[in-house]
Every structure is written in structure tokens, then in C-alpha cells.
Design a protein around this ligand. Structure first.
Ligand code: PGA
Length: 273
């Protein structure tokens, strides 16, 4: 199965100049690797999610490379145009070169009150504009301490069930499309940007639960990839990659250094190859 390593750049880098430097570093390192005959593209798909303001420039630089481009979010209000100051729609990010979008990241849930109903709308809009979706789920430190992880995930994952219930009756073949365009990223909130990580066996058991839960919505979703995110770096990527339940990584901080990002990708390429 193909692995995914996705860089979430968040509100970074600060300038177009630094974005260019990061892309240059990434493309130079990838072409050096390709010239030494690795087959990383076969086993590990790379994707980066720049800030919206940099999307068009990044996607145009990545044209012809094996790296795909994702948005970090899309508007909940309309998949196209409208009087929604500050929003970028699914159509606009797709037009700027994104083929995927991250949705439901814990920072969106925390700072922008992104809740169930908003996420149902965003998923629907993304699919209407043919974008793939990286849906983030994960528990807070307090929920982890109270052993509520699975309960929290169960609730967060009902977004998928609700989208299915709304769309599957109206659109024949919808489940198959969703199965191809959906990735789940399990990101414990307490592991994001903290240097703290759950054990591999904890992540493995949680991924098993996520896979079972979404398969219960529809058997077609059994093959959906489940990535781990939260303080993944070049030093710990191998241990996550070695587990058969972990289909890739969503990487924040370490994706801002091309060498670290590619080291993580290589860990998954070696483990899944
Ligand atoms: P981190 O962020 O790798 O810096 O912990 C992960 C994320 O927020 O997706």
C-alpha cells in the first residue's frame, strides 16, 4: 500500500522568498534522490499544504514534480463564490493548484470553533470541487488522561457518516469516490508541536479502531489510509513507519526543513516498500 507523507506548513514561512527557498531545497533533494534510483514515488506520496497566500506560487513550482499540493482549509459557506470576507473556497484553492485539503485540524477546531456541522459542510464542498480530504481527528491531553480517546474519535468520525448519509442516496457511486478521496490523520492534540508522542502500540491500536469505525459506515472505506501526526521527526519516523496500521504521517514543524521532511518520507518508503 502506498504511504503518504504530508507537510502542513501552517502559517509559515513568513515571506515568499522563504517559501521559494524551501521549495528549492525540496526539489533539489528530491531530484538528487531520484537520480540515485530510489523508487520513493511508488511507495510514498509526498504532499505539502502551504498557506493559502502561497498556494498558486507553490503549486506552479511543483508542476511536473511528484509532490502534490493541499490547502489547509476551505470555506464552509460556499464551494464557489459569495460574500464571505476572508474565506477561500474549494473552487478557489483548486483553481490555485490544490488537489487536496486538510480539514478539521485541531488548530482550526480550537481557534476557529470548527465543529461537526461546519465540517460536514466543508467535506461536502471539497468533494463537490473534486478535492481529496485529509480529515484530522484527535483527543486533547485531558481526554487522553481520562481514557476518552476512542469515544472522542468516535464522535469526530461521525462527520463522515453524516456526509455519506446525505450524499450517497443522491449520487450513485458516491461511496467509491469518497473512499478514493479520503485520508484520516490521527493527531493527538497534546502531541502537536510538543515533542511528546504516544507509543507506537497506542497509535497502532487507535488506527485499528479508526479503520474499524469507518468501515462500519461502509465497507468501501476499509482501505482508507490513516496517518499519524504530532511531533513526527526524522528521528522517530522509522518506528511509526514500521507499524502496519500507520499508513503515513502528517508533519508540521519538521516539514519546514526539506532534509527532515524527506528523511521522514524515506522512513515510510523503506518500511512500506
Ligand atoms: P507537528 O504538527 O509535527 O509540529 O507536531 C503536526 C500537525 O499539526 O499537523
Amino acid at each position: 500500500m502506498q504511504a503518504w507523507v504530508i507537510g502542513n506548513w501552517k502559517q509559515n514561512p513568513a515571506t515568499s522568498h522563504s517559501v521559494n527557498t524551501l521549495i528549492n531545497d525540496l526539489l533539489t533533494a528530491i531530484s538528487a534522490q531520484e537520480s540515485t534510483a530510489t523508487d520513493s514515488a511508488t511507495h510514498c506520496q509526498l504532499m505539502v499544504a502551504p498557506s493559502c497566500i502561497h498556494m498558486a506560487a507553490v503549486s506552479s513550482r511543483l508542476q511536473g514534480s511528484s509532490v502534490m499540493c493541499a490547502a489547509q482549509d476551505i470555506s464552509a459557506h460556499s464551494n464557489s463564490t459569495g460574500a464571505y470576507t476572508g474565506d477561500c473556497s474549494a473552487q478557489q484553492v483548486a483553481d490555485a493548484g490544490a488537489t487536496w485539503t486538510i480539514l478539521g485540524h485541531s488548530e482550526r477546531r480550537q481557534y476557529h470553533q470548527e465543529c461537526h456541522d461546519i465540517l460536514v459542510q466543508k467535506l461536502t464542498h471539497a468533494l463537490a470541487q473534486n478535492l481529496g480530504i485529509v480529515l484530522c481527528v484527535g483527543e486533547t491531553q485531558a481526554q487522553y488522561d481520562a481514557k476518552q480517546t476512542l469515544e472522542v474519535l468516535n464522535t469526530q468520525l461521525t462527520v463522515i457518516k453524516d456526509v455519506l448519509d446525505q450524499q450517497a442516496g443522491e449520487q450513485p457511486g458516491f461511496v467509491e469516490v469518497l473512499a478514493e478521496r479520503l485520508i484520516i490523520a490521527y493527531e493527538p492534540v497534546w502531541a502537536i508541536g510538543t515533542g511528546k508522542v504516544p507509543t507506537v502500540s497506542e497509535v497502532s491500536a487507535t488506527h485499528h479502531y479508526i479503520k474499524q469505525t469507518i468501515s462500519s459506515f461502509s465497507p468501501e472505506l476499509a482501505a482508507v489510509s490513516v496517518l499519524y501526526g504530532g511531533s513526527v521527526n526524522a528521528g522517530n519516523a522509522d518506528s511509526f513507519a514500521a507499524d502496519s496500521m500507520i499508513d503515513g504521517a502528517l508533519v508540521g514543524g519538521a516539514s519546514l526543513k526539506a532534509a527532515d521532511f524527506l528523511a521522514i518520507a524515506n522512513a515510510f518508503t523503506c518500511a512500506k516498500g
